[in-house]
Design a protein around this ligand. Structure first.
Ligand code: FAD
Length: 431
């Protein structure tokens, strides 16, 4: 990657995950002289190890369960889909309460409505970047399959399809036999499946981000390594940062795209507190035996995991874990998922020495921050994409770039404004 000694840029993008890299790419395409900074190489954070789904069919965000029976079910802490550290519970409880409130039917409807234009553009925006960067070999267009082990859950899922009619999604409903034909490696003990056809999937999400970054650099962009927490505002109004090689970088605008670590910098620079929590998740790769491989990613919704054929092997990604973001990895959830998988698939031996731990950056109202940081000119945010950061990276980047360059935004940006978390500050100021 290219290195700069002392240079002035139009925009400094902080964080080279899928969100920051796509943002830098879009700004560079719009003629902005852009520098992208990360402490590591690009695409090694949450964007490295996800399930690779460009989730065009997830039109309703993942909300907090509202039925008491479901809450009791999760509270037992014995499920493969969700695990929590008892000691962390008092710390995360206020956030969970906000998440629960934001998951009321009316709030969920608002979140769905706000997110829909982004979801609708997600595949097309990736497609444009994938083609520009020559990364077609990392993308598959056959969708993914949601499997159901028990017939009641399958019947309920089929009944819920009627609610999705307004979104005009494409899918095939598969009985046990049809599923077996689509995925011959599965034992025929499953109730059925829904094959979601609109999504695309990525076979190496980390390499996708690296490929986007390489294309950004090839188009004249600059990638540097350094610590975003060294960001300062100069008297002349420019943002300044010290790169790892000791050089100083200046820019008129700075974009915070640090995934789950965005809140700390926002607090430090703008004194704005956002309720950004982490839903941890894991992955492990397994040998894909000859004649045993899967044709599509499979999602077992009840157990909350995805089993996806990837470049590195068969990747099992787990659901949600609530634990301190920096606490050591805990294999309990992976073990639970493995034993569920083995009910219907001959999972082979593990390939990785260590379990991979990723951190989803989550806001309680189920939508990211995309836009200007109020009160500080030239500071912008693009973070909090939760379960769908891979899906939303390019489209959020396009929206933010349109806002930064004064173009007509592809959707109304108001639902993504950071000031939705600043009501109490505004009320205090008014009072
Ligand atoms: C198990 C799992 C499965 C998932 N599956 C999917 C899926 O199938 N589809 C989907 O759409 N999404 C999925 N996600 C969610 C998705 O991975 C995330 O939403 C997305 O990767 C977030 O991207 P990001 O760029 O915001 O964060 P990150 O990828 O974490 O990038 C943030 C970057 O900021 C850098 N950084 C942080 N602090 C500093 C600092 N002080 N100085 C310099 N650099 C810094 C980090 O090094 C990192 O590179 C999954 C997540 C997990 C954990």
């Amino acid at each position: 990657m290219k290195k700069d000694s002392h240079k002035k840029f139009d925009v400094l993008v902080l964080g080279a995950g899928i969100i920051g890299t796509s943002t830098a790419w879009h700004l560079q395409q719009r003629g902005k002289k852009t520098v992208l900074l990360d402490r590591d190489q690009p695409g090694l954070g949450a964007s490295y190890g996800n399930a690779g789904l460009i989730e065009r069919s997830s039109v309703v965000p993942y909300s907090f369960p509202r039925r008491l029976s479901a809450i009791v079910h999760y509270a037992g802490n014995r499920l493969p889909s969700m695990h929590y550290d008892w000691l962390y519970l008092p710390k995360i409880a206020p956030w969970l309460y906000q998440f629960w409130r934001q998951s009321s039917p009316e709030n969920l409807r608002l979140a769905t409505q706000a997110m829909l234009p982004l979801i609708e553009h997600s595949v097309g925006e990736h497609d444009m970047m994938i083609k520009a960067a020559g990364l077609q070999h990392l993308r598959r267009e056959q969708g993914w399959i949601e499997i159901f082990r028990d017939s009641c859950a399958f019947a309920a899922a089929k009944a819920e399809l009627a609610d999705l009619e307004p979104y005009q999604l494409s899918y095939d409903v598969l009985d046990a036999q049809a599923l077996k034909e689509r995925e011959p490696a599965l034992k025929a003990s499953l109730a059925g499946a829904i094959h979601w056809l609109d999504p695309h999937t990525i076979t190496a999400p980390g390499r996708l981000v690296q490929g986007y970054c390489q294309h950004f650099v090839a188009q004249g962009g600059t990638f540097i390594q350094g610590n975003a927490l060294t960001l300062t505002r100069q008297e002349r109004g420019l943002w300044q940062i010290q790169a790892q090689d000791g050089s100083h970088i200046e820019a008129e605008h700075a974009v915070i795209a640090l995934g789950w670590e965005s809140a700390a910098l926002l607090q430090e620079i703008a004194k704005i507190s956002v309720p950004l929590a982490v839903k941890r998740g894991y992955h492990m790769h397994y040998v894909q035996e000859e004649g045993q491989s899967l044709n599509h990613p499979l999602c077992d919704s009840a157990a909350g995991f995805v089993l996806a054929p990837m470049e590195q092997g068969l990747r099992l990604t787990t659901g949600i874990e609530f634990a301190s973001p920096l606490a050591p990895a805990n294999e309990v959830q992976l073990h639970r998922c493995e034993s569920v998988v083995r009910q219907y698939y001959a999972l082979s031996k593990r390939l990785d020495e260590k379990i991979w731990l990723g951190r989803r950056p989550c806001l309680p109202d189920m939508r990211p921050v995309i836009g200007a940081i109020p009160g500080i000119s030239g500071l912008w945010g693009n973070f909090g994409h939760a379960h769908h950061g891979l899906t939303l990276g390019p489209v959020s980047a396009r929206l933010l770039s349109e806002m930064m360059t004064g173009e007509k935004p592809l959707t109304a940006p108001a639902p993504f404004a950071v000031d939705r978390f600043m009501v109490s500050v505004r009320e205090t100021l008014k009072g």
